[in-house]
Design a binder for this molecule. Sequence first.
Ligand code: 5GP
Length: 114
Amino acid sequence: MSDTVFGKIARGEMDADIVYQDAEIVAFRDLNPQAPVHILIIPRKPIATLNDVTPEDAALVGRLFQVASRLAAEEGIADQGYRTVINCNAQAGQTVYHLHVHLLGGRALQWPPG
Ligand code: 5GP
């Protein structure tokens, strides 16, 4: 698959406000935040979309959400509530084709989203 800005961030080739990282996962603040807390959680492995997740990625995808939950607690939004979102492909608004979970919180969020 083609390289993306998130691939560059994961490899340390581009700056980002990183809030968590381990051997498999990097989490960093969104450049254009849509809420007081807006963090992107990505696998280092370059998976383009949710459609490209394979059975061997199941534990990795589970860990993305574990990291989201841990970061929500660290950001102080776990009890008031937060949202995790994966946009898949163009009609859902995906713009960066490297799988990412948005963690959004710190304000009341509307449902359904637009
Ligand atoms: P998507 O629309 O693909 O689900 O979300 C992509 C997100 O990545 C957007 O919220 C956008 O603001 C964010 N973003 C795009 N480029 C960069 C970047 O270079 N650095 C950071 N930190 N966020 C980015």
